[in-house]
Design a protein. Sequence first.
Length: 420
Amino acid sequence: MKEWENFLSHLEQQLGAAPVDKWIRPLKVARFDAANLYLEAPDPMAASWFEEHVRHRLKNSFINSNFRPIRVHLETKENQLAKPASSPSPLPIINFYPDSLDPSAIREQFILQSGNVMAYKLLFESPSILFNPIYLYGAHGSGKTHLLMAAATHFTQQGVRARYVHTQTFTDHVVAAIRAGQMHRFRNAYRDIDLLLVDDVDQLAAKNATQEEFFHTFNTLHTAGKQIILASHLPPFKLKEIEPRLVSRFEWGISTPLTSVSMKEIIEKKANLWHFELSSALQDFLCTHFSSDPITALQALVIRTQTTTVVTPEMAAELLADIKKSELPTPEALIKTVSAHFGIASEDLIGKAQSREFAQPRQVAMYLFRHFLKWPFQAIGKYFGRDHSTVMSSVKLIEKGIEAKDPDLIEAIGRATQKS
């Protein structure tokens, strides 16, 4: 069936082709209707792997042609022969692992400036539990995630039991724990620690079960005197669809904003770390000609010019010709171009408004992020503040419009890909 094959392709992007081929493709499609898929696993091991690694991914990813969720029922061949049909399959043991930390996101590589020095001092220089929670907020590119990961790495090295987790991961863990009846293990994982760092807490919006569990996790840690550090795109008072009792707790400690760091400052910091002589002309060249990822271009220069003391823009252009050919536009450039084409503000394109005036341009932008920038659905959803099922629906709508040769859509996409 087409929907199942589409889901498997999506799953390969998340887990890789090898585990999908080994564990998921052997599942047999027993029967299917518009809203239900019945699968048969060859053995209990395959069923257990499915429940642990795939089940939680179905809710927003597996939809029919009407963009409705499809319920998946799984039985093992052995269970069908040896047990009554009503016997439940054994549930797996869930591992509530924290999110992995970027090894480059460390304290020493964070760029200090006037707009983020207070946040830096709160995390690394203030006495323990002076403020609890510490709530950081700022736009994309302001360094929130870098600071949280750096703090997690720093304090773990000092023997502190620190757990860094993105809000979506916390949500996935709550859902998995409820489904498997393992809330006690979930609570041990999140409460038997010294420091909890949670990224993008604004994504708790409209997730009632997750908010309930987060509320009790917060209370338990706070009462025990354990430090909580939160990050968000918005200050607490601007959070929407989050319970007031949670918002009030976010305001118990201290909230501090972070301002975005310019790309030139980041390049300069990296050049210093790599002991690379960077002239202002070369800096301008990298920011202008490699706007989507000047850091990668700089790193390539460092590797390719080990015997050269000074690199001019002309030398860099020759050395990086192969990188330039494959360079993609920045997300910001695509947003700007789409907004200009439709005559709306960029803020409205990535905002919450649902009217057609903004909805269709947003769908076009999501399509471009998917097909032009090759972003995964979940990353696009995070950028636009939507779940990835909404992104999948939007992309499919634009694809259908293109297949129907909608002239407005084709013109919008053509302009965006030419001007970005």
